[in-house]
Structure formats: C-alpha cells, structure tokens
Design a protein around this ligand. Structure first.
Ligand code: CMP
Ligand code: CMP
Length: 315
C-alpha cells in the first residue's frame, strides 16, 4: 500500500534549520512494503550512502521502510533546478548528468555512474533545487520522501552538529569557510571507524572519498621500486596523519588514482566526505590544499631524491 504524503506547500517555504521544533513528528511513519529481493537490492544501494551512516539501527530501518522504487527512462528529468524538493534519491542503477544554471545556460557540472545519491540539499535547507538531474540511461532509483527525510536525516544532522561543531571549528583547513559553510560540512560528513592495520585507501584505486582524522593515527605509504632496474616494489612510509589532519584529497583534486595508501595505526576514526560534497563545499579551501600538495613533492624529494610519482599523479 502506498501512503500519500501531505508534503504540500506548507513545507516548501525557506524555514529556518530547526528540525527539533518541526510539526513533522505528528505525521504517521510511512511504510512501503517490499519483497525480500527488493529489500536486499535497497540495502545494497544504501550501503555506502554517507548520509545514512550515522543513523542508529531503528532509524535506518524506518528509512528503508519508507523508501520506494522508481524506474526512469533515458532523458527523464528526475530533478529540475529551482523546483521545490519532494524526494531524496539513492541510485541503484543508471547514469545521470548534473546541470547547474550559469549565465542563463545549463552547464554540465558532473555525473553519477550507477552509484551515489542526490536531492538532499533542498530537503535539508528548505531551498529550491540547486541543480537539474537528467537520466542518461534507463535506471532504477530508491526515493525517500521529504517528510521522512526531515524527520530522520535532518534531525540526525542536528545531533551531528552538536557532536562535531567544536572539532570542525579547530580545523585549519576549513578556516576559509564561513560558519554556515562549515556547518554544511558537518551535515555531509559521516564518521567511520577502522581497526589496527586496516587499509583505508589503496594506492592506484579510483577515489570517491576525502578523510579527516578524528582520532588515532593514519600511516601513509607509497610503493617504490628498490632500484631503477628492480621490478619488485617495496611499500615505504611517507607520512603520518593525526587528529585534525586530512588525507585523500589529492586524487579528488587531480582526478587521478590514489597516489599512496593509508592504513590505520591502532583504532582510528575518520570523518568521511564524498567527492560530490568535497567539490561543492571545499572549493574555498583549495589554496591550502594546493600548498600542501607542494609539500608532498618536497617530502618525496627528501625521502626518495625525486618526486616522480607525484608529478605523474598531478600532471
Ligand atoms: P538538491 O538541490 O535537492 O537537488 C539537486 C541535487 O543535485 C542537489 O540537491 C545535490 O544532491 C545534487 N548536486 C550534485 N552536484 C551539485 C552541484 N554542483 N551543485 C548543486 N547540487 C548538486
Ligand atoms: P590521495 O592520492 O587521494 O590518496 C593518498 C593520500 O595520501 C593522498 O591523497 C594524500 O592525501 C596523502 N599523502 C600524504 N603524503 C603524500 C605524498 N608525499 N604524496 C602523495 N600523497 C600523500
């Protein structure tokens, strides 16, 4: 049975971010019954969605219950920029282009390829849709209605703000951001725990996340041939990151595979941000990151006598 939501214009105004005072809790929870097969596909599609990572099991189960399936055709507009927000979308399959209006024309700013999610901004901040999303293949999406999104995800974000506000304020990387922008960073991050020696990043992999160390230490290593002729590689420690430091930005900035590997030393917790949020929110921090990337090159020259790896990576 489909429950028809009453998310009419009363939720569409630019209300302040204050989910604790919302009327929304009075509405009954929405449930779309699913077959075991559907639920399994849904769980798989939602596994890496960062916005869901901080939910407790009951909240996660409520979210999964409320999600419903939508199949789309090539060329279909899933979202039109400036519209009111109705749903948040998780991609199960399909490719989608992202367009943002610039100087009166739609500019292609990115795409989604069979994974990820979109449509959270209008629901989080009660703003019009910030981009147009068009399917470039047939696809399958899982949708979460506005009301449930606000009741569960936005409320959870308020909790997250209380938890991480002070830590985020101490990060030198984010000093170029306004306070409201730093809070948007908190809204999109999730905290991930790693056990001793666990690999966080593998050199050569494609990149989709950026990390800030919340606690513990992270070892950064790079594979190097022992000698110029030697084919055999050894893995050499090149840096250590501790609380407040970040890693995993290089591949996102250069659009290259990961330049190095990262491993947990002891128990580690990192704040994780996906590439789309990184691109959208951390533009003003790029100068600091680029200065640091220059330091990587010096670091490699000091360690190895050359910085060929990084030059290749950032060319
Ligand atoms: P929302 O504004 O609700 O609807 C459009 C969605 O496009 C937006 O949420 C984001 O999830 C997604 N999106 C992806 N890239 C961008 C971008 N560069 N600017 C704005 N929105 C983006
Ligand atoms: P990325 O290439 O995305 O993944 C590996 C990360 O290791 C890289 O981003 C940097 O954040 C980090 N790193 C630390 N020191 C270096 C270095 N000297 N060269 C390259 N990457 C480094």
């Amino acid at each position: 049975m489909k429950v028809v939501l009453s998310a009419g214009p009363k939720f569409m105004c630019a209300e302040a971010f204050n989910p604790d005072e919302d009327e929304e809790d009075k509405e009954p929870l929405v449930t779309y019954p699913k077959t075991d097969e559907q639920r399994q596909r849904l769980q798989e599609a939602c596994r890496d969605i960062l916005l869901f990572k901080n939910l407790d099991p009951e909240e996660m189960s409520q979210v999964l219950d409320a999600m419903f399936e939508k199949f789309c055709t090539e060329g279909e507009h899933i979202i039109d920029q400036d519209d009111d927000g109705d749903n948040f979308y998780v991609i199960e399959s399909g490719t989608f282009n992202i367009f943002v209006k610039a100087d009166g024309a739609d500019k292609l700013v990115g795409c989604y390829d069979n994974r990820g999610s979109f449509g959270e901004l209008a629901l989080m901040y009660n703003t019009p849709r910030a981009a147009t999303i068009i399917a470039t293949s047939p696809g399958a999406l899982w949708c979460l209605d506005r009301l449930t999104f606000r009741r569960i995800i936005v409320k959870n974000n308020a909790k997250k703000r209380r938890l991480y506000e002070a830590f985020i304020e101490t990060l030198p990387l984010l000093t170029s951001l306004e306070l409201s922008e730093r809070m948007k960073v908190v809204d999109v991050i999730s905290s991930k725990a790693f056990s001793d020696s666990q690999q966080i990043i593998a050199q050569g992999d494609l990149a989709d996340c950026f990390y800030i160390v919340e606690s513990g230490q992270v070892r950064i290593t790079m594979k190097r041939s022992r000698t110029k002729k030697d084919q055999e590689e050894e893995e050499v420690d090149i840096a250590t990151c501790s609380r407040g430091q970040y890693f995993g930005e290089l591949a996102l900035v250069t659009n290259k595979p990961r330049a190095a590997s990262a491993y947990a030393v002891g128990s580690v917790k990192c704040l994780v941000m996906d590439v789309k949020a990184f691109e959208r929110l951390l533009g003003p921090c790029m100068d600091i990151m680029k200065r640091n990337i220059a330091n990587y090159e010096e670091q490699l020259v000091t360690l190895f006598g050359s910085s060929t790896e990084i030059e290749q990576q950032s060319a």
